[in-house]
Design a protein around this ligand. Sequence first.
Ligand code: XIL
Length: 344
Amino acid sequence: QVASLADRYEDSFDIGAAVEPYQLEGRQGKILKHHYNSLVAENAMKPISLQPEEGVWNWEGADKIVEFARENDMELRFHTLVWHSQVPEWFFVDIEGNLMVDEEDPNKQEANKQLLLERMKTHIKTVVERYKDDVTSWDVVNEAIDDGGGLRNSAWYQITGTDYIKVAFETARKYAGEDAKLYINDYNTEVPSKRDDLYNLVKDLLDDGVPIDGVGHQAHIQIGWPTIEDTKASFDLFSSLGLDNQVTELDVSLYGWPPDNAYESYDAIPEEDLQDQAERYNQIFELYEELGADISSVTFWGIADNHTWLDNRARQYSGGVGVDAPFVFDHEYRVKPAFWKIID
Ligand code: XIL
């Protein structure tokens, strides 16, 4: 039995993995129990999974993950109450059956805004009441910032402005209680312009009394990007507001952006790439440890290389073929050089 990731970092932060309900069994279930002390659902707790139609709830997959976490005494992160993606369209359809974003009458716009916020509150209340005894950290709002600057022009934003963010956090707090940890989650938080936009948003919300406890940094990173200085600067910036940081969706792609030169198979991945990836993991975990109390959890966006959302992206840009290998366990669940780097 090899050393455990969770044990190795016990004094610093939780070690989590994103899972689909079917990954809780067999080999993957064993790895989860041994190496991780925190779980998050890769898809099963997104609005489209939980409430595909208004008032029609589907708890099966989500419940399985909650039960596994409970049985194995693991922390649970909830992902995600509000997001522009993987949210069913009915949220944004008005009482006449039209898309709210197309409405031009100011009176009807106001009515639509209230309707959307009510739907959101109902969603949050129902979900939070069900899982509040099990979930310790909640992604309340995901990806509110636009890569090109300012706030993302999502349907949420077009219909409610920033009120959806405010109301989402207030509703989550109301039903989850004071002990729950509430996060605003985003990717590329290391990019200076984006982290500043996120900082300005969070600062305004905090000044306004909105209950935010921390920032979730997705950390979909690459071997050579972003720099460790930018990564550290981002954690430090949000710590300066008195907020917690969590790394919520860590993976280290072998490729740059776009991944248009992906290797066709695992066998084609050069040993050198795996060594470089190991150095990269070493570098970021050293930083995470150095950050001490400023970071409470590090979650990988998967378990092993046989199941990663990055494969789809690689294939999309590399003519339909290609694999990525972003984790510390390979496609056959063997430890990779990166594993030893972050254990030692
Ligand atoms: C991804 C899942 O991994 C995929 O299986 C799904 O098809 C799309 O969503 N940012 C997030 C995650 O916050 O929810 C995304 O997860 C990856 C990017």
